[in-house]
Each structure stands twice: as C-alpha cells, then as structure tokens.
Design a protein around this ligand. Structure first.
Ligand code: HEM
Ligand code: HEM
Length: 235
C-alpha cells in the first residue's frame, strides 16, 4: 500500500500494547519452564544429570519458582487487561458477532479465500476481521484457563491456603491432579500454536499490504485504504 494514499489510524492504546508484550514475555517463560516441569531433561544426551543440576542452577525448585513468578505476572496482566477493557472503549474485548450476516460472509471470504491466497484482498478494510474476532476471545479464554488450572495446582501444596480455596475446585472438576496437569499441558500447546500462526499472519499481512501491521503493536498505528467497516470498535 502506498503510504501517502492511506489513512493512518490510531488503534492500540499504550496500555494494550504494554499488556501485549508483558503477556508475550510471560507466556514464553511459562511455556519454556512448564515443558521442563512436565519433562525435565535431567538425563539423556542433551540434559544435565540430576547430581550436577544444582551446580548448574537449573534445579526443579528454581524452574518451578520462575514458572510461578511468571504465573503471578500473567495473572496481574490479565486483570489489567480486563480492567482497561472496562474503562476504555478502545480497549474493549471483541467478540464474534455470530448474529450478524456480515460476520459469516466475512468468515467465509476471509478464512477460506483471502487466507488461502484465493483472493487478493478481504473485500473490506477491518480493524479486526471475522477470523481475529473469533480467535482472540478464545485466546483470552485459554489464558484464563491456564491461570485457573495453574493456580489450582499451585494451591495443592497448601490445601487450607488462599489459592486452594479460590481455585481448588478446578482440580476436582477436571477429575483430579493428573487430568489437570494434562489439560494445563494441552492448552499450553494450543496457545503456542496460536502464537506461531499469529506471528505468521502478522508478518504475512505486513508483507502483502505493507500497512504497518508489524509495527502496530509497538506504535499503535496502522494504515488503511479506506475507513474500516468496524471503526466503531475503537471509537
Ligand atoms: C504468546 C504470544 C502471543 C500472544 C498470546 C498474543 C496475543 C494477542 C492478542 C490476544 C491480540 C489481540 C489484542 C486485542 O485486540 O484484544 C494480539 C494482537 C496482536 N499481536 Fe500478538 N500475541 C503474541 C505474540 C505476538 C508476537 C510475537 C507479535 C509480533 C510479531 C505479535 C503481534 C501482534 C499484532 C501486530 C497484533 C495486532 C493484530 C491485529 O490488528 O489484530 N503478537 N496478540
Ligand atoms: C500460558 C501460561 C502457562 C503455560 C504455557 C504453562 C505451561 C505449563 C506446562 C507445560 C506445565 C507442565 C504440565 C505437565 O506436563 O505436567 C505446567 C505445570 C504447572 N504450571 Fe503452568 N503454565 C502456564 C500458566 C501457569 C500459571 C498462571 C500458573 C499459576 C501459578 C501455573 C502453575 C503451574 C503448576 C503449579 C504446574 C505443576 C508444577 C509441578 O507439578 O511441579 N502455570 N505449566
């Protein structure tokens, strides 16, 4: 897109951008430490034998502490995200508008055609297209699920404590400790699969449209040919 013929529109507030990058860093930390918790490489050709792990500073105790610290940051940033969605219209959480015909048309045209390179553009300009509207709420739910199951398991070491009384029911609800671990593990992978596809789509959008997509989560701006049809989202 030629920048001079485009409208530069301010979309992402500093608070949302701050949340996004804190969220990104904590999730990467949680995923790396979480995989280690699930399957420590204490033995085998690539790992450190347990006896020497202490010297190397990568004991399970340390890795778990990092996981839990990042878990607290994830929780704080999630609460922050919910709060800004309540006080600032621009930052409200989008939901898929199932009841509107244009949502279904958009989903079909975008997911099936535009994303599969079967058409050059999306037909309209969007702040968040039907695909993003569907996936982002699921990502927020997945993060919430990780928080609830994570703190549920965390609370098990102190069954009378605060976290057990708040989220202990989750472990019971999911059928015990082992299934809770497995759910926490599977959803972790779903979030990472989302992240990989998400980065692919961001980079692809930038490459095709040159619309400032990649930099938008840093400076808040994107370029549009005409006014996006869901402009109300940020007003
Ligand atoms: C764990 C990794 C990540 C997660 C969970 C994540 C999550 C999200 C979510 C939920 C949104 C929507 C915000 C909203 O409108 O409410 C978003 C937007 C965005 N993210 Fe990420 N993100 C991740 C990593 C990244 C990375 C590495 C990049 C940079 C390449 C990136 C670039 C963007 C951009 C440019 C947007 C705006 C896209 C749009 O207009 O819809 N994200 N991200
Ligand atoms: C997106 C965020 C998160 C990711 C990607 C993640 C990832 C993981 C993974 C892969 C495991 C190993 C599961 C297994 O195979 O047994 C794990 C374990 C665990 N996670 Fe998370 N986690 C996240 C958030 C949290 C949060 C917010 C907490 C809250 C403190 C938490 C607490 C725990 C606990 C208590 C365990 C079990 C530790 C143990 O058995 O020693 N996680 N996590």
């Amino acid at each position: 897109m030629r920048v001079e013929s485009a409208k530069k529109i301010y979309i992402f507030s500093p608070a949302l951008r701050l949340w996004h990058w804190v969220n990104f860093l904590t999730i990467i930390t949680l995923f790396a430490t979480g995989l280690y918790i699930g399957s420590p490489f204490f033995q085998g050709p690539t790992g450190v034998e347990a006896t020497y792990a202490y010297e190397e500073g990568i004991t399970m105790g340390f890795i778990r502490k990092v996981h839990f610290m990042a878990g607290y940051i994830l929780l704080a940033s999630f609460i922050f995200r919910v709060l800004i969605s309540l006080v600032s219209k621009r930052d409200r959480l989008v939901i898929p508008t199932f009841w509107r015909k244009d949502y279904w048309i958009g989903l079909k045209e975008i997911t099936l055609k535009y994303l599969l390179f079967m058409r050059d553009d999306e037909g309209h300009e969007y702040i968040r297209n039907a695909c993003a509207r569907t996936v982002y709420p699921l990502v927020y739910l997945a993060i919430l699920f990780m928080i609830v199951t994570g703190f549920g398991m965390y609370g098990m070491s102190n069954p009378e404590g605060f976290w057990a009384s708040l989220f202990g029911w989750v472990v019971w609800f999911l059928g015990g400790e082992f299934p809770t671990h497995m759910w926490h593990h599977w959803i972790a992978w779903l979030i990472i699969i989302f992240a990989v596809l998400h980065v692919y789509f961001v980079v692809r959008e930038e490459a095709i449209k040159k619309n400032g997509e990649l930099s938008s989560m840093f400076n808040g701006y994107k370029f549009f040919k005409k006014e996006p049809i869901d402009m109300n989202d940020i007003k």
